[in-house]
Design a protein around this ligand. Sequence first.
Ligand code: FES
Length: 140
Amino acid sequence: MVEDNLEVTIKELQKKIDHDEEQAYSKTVIREYRNPTNFGVLKHPDAVGVIKGSCGDTLKIYLKIRKGKITDARFWTDGCGATLASGNMLLRMIKGKTLQEANTITNTKLIEALERLPQEHYHCALLAVNTLHAAVKQYI
Ligand code: FES
């Protein structure tokens, strides 16, 4: 009996968490942070960018570059869900692009691609973009 009530309470709590999440974030953000397919470490990268953001969280981006094009990329972070979503979406946007094209991506473009990010998490998108630019700069 107590276990059944606990199960109901947990289900209701999860429903509320899902609802609150859907109110704050776009479906794209939720998809990107729940399944960050580009998360991880790339072995033998050609360039690495590492930045600690204003919030104290760190983002790392690894790039594989062939003939001026980004052929593969991975990221790692100890940051929030918005950073996971930002890093993952950003790497989707740059794979197959030239370094110059990657360098033109701004946090505004990234936020547009994510469709909706609460303003208090704009710095997470900026952290991702700045880390990418640091990796490109290191390579150049
Ligand atoms: Fe620190 Fe998002 S990266 S709050």
